[in-house]
Design a protein around this ligand. Structure first.
Ligand code: FCB
Length: 465
């Protein structure tokens, strides 16, 4: 039985709910798709170094080839255009542009992103550029990485170099992708570069990442007049496993504090949330005069990455925030073990709009990894991802109707790619990548549906305006 959104009438009705000019497209990041890690003067990043350490990446892989996008960018842009997308999010590899992290600019690296941006514009696709999607240049990592304040200044110099060249050709600049993940997954959970397990280091990294964002904003402003400038945060609601348990409710509040409020409050309110500060205790960061004002510099737009919610039980005696995530029986969990829960997106959007008064929001990442199989006929039938996208896009339409200032929905990901510590096993793409057979890109069933939706929305939008 196809879902109501899969029939022609259902798809057209959904498409008509997106206003004219709304962006529908997909996202990627440099290290996950580019490959060509030694081409044209690129320096090394700490992700190259992390992949070199035995046991760090589940399938023993690295980013050396990835989807070979650095070489195939023209065909990939043609593919994006053929899908009917009117926006595309990518990131700039810092070590391609500044191989030492700061100082001498590698013009050849910058040329690549200039060609990419111009190629998008020629095809009528709005460029969404992220400056830092986790690939810190190795020389900066060796000098202390995000433990040292000076890395924030180096990042602002990088932002200046990129925005000086690309200026208003970029529709939307994001300083950082998911500082929460970069800080906590990299420095506390140890699953991402640099692979540490040190709480104080994680909170220090988070502060310096936020500072980097704050110092980069003026650099973006100085080089742009129309481009929208902001940051991308990962958000998820925390629900108590037992809503009648005071301990679970408190654990959910603490989880929300570490995951969401620790990043949202500084940016939109200019201070860290006191309960989380107290909860961190000796991990609390060293904040210098002026830091909070810099971090709270007004932004034009907030990108959010939404995948799932957390359902949590309290674990007494466990390190702050003292909780464990539990599964809800009967729900669908993706290949990543993430619940398909569109209502969490609805709730987060409402909260960002009502509590934080975010001026403009876009969904920078939203999608699902499923164990896709390429059939002998060359097809990928992925009903779970299709259901996921349909459910979440319906929530997006509903939020727009409820007055949330939403301007784009971008699927993670355009194509299957290097999923960090899990290597190439989880597949998130609208396009299947056949790595072993010439890197063929094959449109999945969900991708075909998404493309039909984007095309119908474009036509509907034209008719509406
Ligand atoms: C996000 C990352 C993105 C991708 C998805 C699955 O945290 O921003 O690069 O790995 O998760």
């Amino acid at each position: 039985m196809p879902s109501p959104f899969e029939t022609d009438a259902g798809l057209l009705a959904l498409a008509a709910r997106f206003p004219a000019g709304f962006h529908l497209g997909a996202s990627t990041s440099a290290f996950q798709i580019e490959g060509a890690t030694r081409a044209d003067g690129r320096g090394r990043s700490w992700w190259d170094d992390f992949c070199d350490q035995p046991g760090r990446i589940a399938d023993g892989s690295n980013g050396d080839v990835a989807c070979d996008h650095y070489r195939r960018w023209r065909e990939d842009l043609d593919l994006i255009a053929s899908l009917g997308h009117n926006a595309y999010r990518f990131s700039v590899a810092w070590p391609r542009v500044l191989p030492q992290g700061r100082g001498a600019v590698n013009s050849a690296g910058l040329d690549h992103y200039e060609r990419l941006v111009d190629g998008l514009l020629e095809r009528g696709i709005a460029p969404y550029l992220t400056l830092y999607h986790w690939d810190l240049p190795s020389p900066l990592a060796k000098a202390g990485g995000w433990q040292v304040r000076d890395t924030a200044s180096a990042f602002a110099e990088f932002a200046d170099v990129v925005a000086r060249r690309l200026g208003d050709r970029v529709h939307s600049y994001a300083t950082l992708n998911e500082p929460r993940c970069a800080a906590f997954v990299g420095h506390l959970e140890g699953r991402h570069a640099p692979g540490w397990q040190d709480g104080a280091a994680a909170v220090r990294a988070a502060h310096h990442l936020l500072l980097a964002h704050g110092l980069a904003m003026p650099a973006l402003r100085a080089n742009t007049r129309q481009a929208r400038c902001g940051i991308v945060l990962d958000v998820k609601p925390y629900d108590p496993a037992d809503p009648n348990s005071a301990a679970d409710v408190a654990a959910a509040h603490a989880g929300d504090g570490v995951f969401n409020r620790w990043f949202l409050d500084p940016i939109f309110r200019g201070h860290y949330p006191q309960d989380v500060w107290d909860g961190f205790g000796s991990w609390a960061p060293e904040v210098h005069a002026g830091d909070m004002a810099a971090i709270a510099a007004p932004i034009d737009t907030l990108g959010i990455n939404y995948y799932t919610r957390a359902v949590v039980s309290a674990v007494p005696g466990e390190v702050y925030p003292g909780l464990v995530e539990v599964r809800v029986p009967g729900q669908h969990y993706s290949h990543m073990g993430w619940e398909d829960h569109p209502d969490g997106l609805r709730r987060m959007l409402r909260r960002l709009h009502e509590d934080y008064r975010v001026p403009d929001l876009f969904i920078a990442e939203n999608g699902a990894a499923e164990p896709d199989v390429l059939s002998p006929e060359g097809r990928v039938d992925d009903p779970a991802r299709l259901r996921y996208l349909q459910g979440h896009l319906a929530v997006v339409a509903e939020a727009i109707e409820a007055g949330v200032p939403l301007s784009a929905h971008l699927v993670w990901s355009l194509m299957d790619n290097f999923e960090w510590g899990r290597g190439y096993v989880p597949r998130f793409g609208l396009l299947y990548v056949d790595y072993a057979n010439g890197q063929r890109r094959i449109l999945k069933r969900s991708g075909a549906w998404h493309s039909a939706l984007a095309k119908a929305a474009l036509t509907g939008g034209a008719a509406r305006s």
